[in-house]
Design a protein around this ligand. Structure first.
Ligand code: ATP
Length: 297
């Protein structure tokens, strides 16, 4: 499989902050890759270097085998970034038409309106769209030139459930047509269901890389959850060994651990007040929390 994106020893330093640290990553054509990481991990910086918007302090970036700033490369990529800038005075349909006119073989206007769920807004001024609708317009604009590589930076923020579903169906359909898709998201369930590969970044470095099931398997962690009695506090739980994360939802507490057998024994021995106990295999969310926590230790 030919690489669509190649980063070799890429670093980006802003004044005294190393946002990206010696990142080496190859993304094959036709794959959907999710870049995950906590706030400030370096995801957006990485994407902006792949797009040629920022220059690396060190290392090399190749997009479709060449410098991302070259016009023939730019013509073959589409990006939906966090800020969508709409053009004053243009309607939705006109905005999409304008973007289509930049490309040799654009996708049809009707198709773009359909997949962005903006058919009803076609004659509205783009500036009059809601935040979620503007993001969907950003998606239509990113796809306008039928790009070979598509970048989606936190694409579904502010989208309603129907638009989100349609959005991911379209992304999968684009991947089915051999397009390469790189996305960043904080919605791990979306990454789990849509990505072929997940790359976890923390402090500018890759801390895990694999299929969603490989990432989940990497942390053998499982989850114990129970409804906690009044005496159970975060502090009392933190005294127990092997807990990788503690999450509360009302009085239900969810504990992730690499050794749930030992943990449940300790919880019983130490007479923690518990009812309605459940033990589950950890999902991507738990694997992600555990990976970031391990990396920060
Ligand atoms: N233009 C800039 N000048 C200085 N520091 C910057 C700049 N852009 C990013 N940074 C810093 O670089 C680090 C990585 O930021 P980046 O936006 O790439 O993270 P991210 O993983 O995309 O985060 P988020 O999930 O919050 O979007 C952060 O510490 C951020 O404060």
């Amino acid at each position: 499989m030919k690489p669509a994106i190649q980063l070799t020893g890429v670093s980006k330093v802003y004044k005294d902050k190393k946002a990206v640290d010696e990142l080496t990553l190859t993304i094959a054509e036709g794959t959907v890759v999710a870049l995950l990481g906590p706030n400030g991990a370096g995801k957006t910086t990485t994407v902006s270097m792949i797009l040629g918007m920022h220059q690396p302090t060190k290392g090399t970036v190749k997009l479709l085998g060449d410098d991302p700033r070259k016009q023939h490369v730019r013509d073959r990529i589409g990006a939906m970034l966090q800020d969508v800038s709409v053009i004053d005075g243009l309607k939705v349909g006109e905005t999409i038409e304008l973007f289509r006119s930049y490309y040799e073989k654009p996708l049809a206007l009707d198709y773009l309106l359909k997949v962005s769920n903006l058919e009803a807004e076609r004659n509205k001024l783009a500036t009059a769209l809601s935040g979620g609708q503007q993001r969907r317009l950003g998606f239509a604009l990113a796809l306008a030139g039928d790009p070979e590589v598509i970048f989606l930076d936190e694409p579904t923020v502010g989208m309603d459930v129907t638009s989100r579903q349609l959005f991911w169906d379209t992304v999968r359909a684009m991947a089915g047509r051999g397009r390469t898709i790189v996305l960043t998201t904080h919605y791990l369930d979306e990454a789990d269901s849509v990505a072929d590969r997940i790359v976890v970044i923390n402090n500018g470095r890759i801390i895990a890389d694999g299929t969603p099931s490989e990432i989940k398997a990497e942390t053998t962690g499982r989850v114990i959850s129970f409804i906690a009695g009044p005496s159970v506090t975060t502090e009392s739980l933190q005294e127990l060994p092997d807990i990788t994360s503690i999450e509360w939802s009302g009085r239900r507490v969810k504990l992730s651990s690499g050794n749930t057998d030992k943990l449940i024994t300790l919880l019983v021995e130490k007479r923690f007040e518990m009812r309605d106990i459940e033990i589950q295999s950890g999902g991507l969310e738990d694997a992600f929390q555990a990976l970031v926590q391990q990396a920060n230790q």
